[in-house]
Design a protein around this ligand. Structure first.
Ligand code: AMP
Length: 272
């Protein structure tokens, strides 16, 4: 990877955990639009999984991923082994101290430390000029932007919109692990977000919006609601009262053992 990097000019990186779907490929297309070369990393990063999470069952299909990336005209693929990424004596971590503690960080302690550390390592190994991350992982994108700002990393961070299945379910590698019944129920996340987007311009308060979304999710008996949050779309600060600025609604819901997230930015009247 280092030798390849030295021989080429502008590089845009798309970091992934593999088992690729059109959400990932949309980021590849966005990366290509930057001009220059596109590199994709595939690494199921153990340090971002908690001890009771789905590291061992995380879906993988390397040969299919490679075919998809070849067909998409990606210039380089980086698929390291865990032992190549983590020195057994490693003791350095990267953490966005405040952002890592809230929202998903509260449900998954240590998750964003794992993400920030591995992305820093990928940036140092590949030395991309730009990197593309999905808005699907809204807080992750905020963590990366904060880290890049705070540590003066010379990488342009680009966000890509959420790609969805025809019934609204946000594409995710984890969707294949849903039972048929759970798969049929899972579009409730998108439905709840769509309802909220329609309600937002009516002058509704943030807490009213939040309880409406929660009620929609809880009406689906298969959904185990983990969290429903409404935050300022830019700062991720908590908000209450009527919306005055764009807000993001962040959902985390389990179906069986499968942890799904989704989000949508909603706008008050003036900006709708
Ligand atoms: P993952 O392989 O799940 O770690 O995701 C790799 C990248 O793809 C991350 O930047 C995700 O935010 C992004 N991504 C995952 N699902 C989607 C989706 N449905 N639409 C857009 N981007 C996505």
């Amino acid at each position: 990877m280092r030798a390849w990097r030295k021989s080429v000019g502008h590089v845009t990186l798309v970091p992934t955990m593999g088992f690729l779907h059109d959400g990932h490929m949309s980021l590849v297309r966005r990366a290509k639009a930057e001009g220059g070369k596109v590199a994709v990393s595939i690494f199921v990063n153990p340090t971002q999984f908690g001890p009771t999470e789905d590291l061992s069952t995380y879906p993988r299909n390397e040969s299919r991923d490679l075919d998809m990336l070849r067909d998409a005209g990606v210039d380089a693929v980086f698929i390291p082994d865990v032992a190549d990424v983590y020195d057994p004596n490693a003791q350095t971590i990267v953490e966005t101290t405040e952002l890592a503690k809230v929202l998903i960080g509260k449900l998954r302690p240590g998750h964003f430390r794992g993400v920030a550390t591995v992305v820093t390592k990928l940036f140092n190994i590949i030395r991309p000029d730009a990197a593309v991350f999905g808005e699907k992982d809204y807080q992750q994108l905020a963590v990366i932007r904060t880290m890049v700002r705070d540590l003066d990393m010379d990488v342009k961070i680009i966000g890509g919109p959420i790609m969805r299945e025809a019934d609204g379910l946000a594409m995710s590698s984890r969707n294949v692990r849903l039972s048929p019944e759970d798969r049929a129920a899972a579009p409730v996340l998108a439905r709840a977000l769509n309802e909220a987007a329609a309600m937002a311009p009516t002058g509704v308060t943030a807490s009213r919006l939040r309880s409406h979304v929660r009620a929609t999710l809880e009406a689906e008996p298969r959904a185990q609601v983990q969290s429903v949050d409404i935050r300022d779309a830019e700062t991720l600060e908590t908000i209450s009262g009527p919306l005055t600025r764009p807000a993001v609604i962040l959902l985390a819901v389990k179906f069986g053992q499968v942890f799904l997230i989704d989000n949508r930015v909603v706008y008050p009247k003036e900006q709708a």
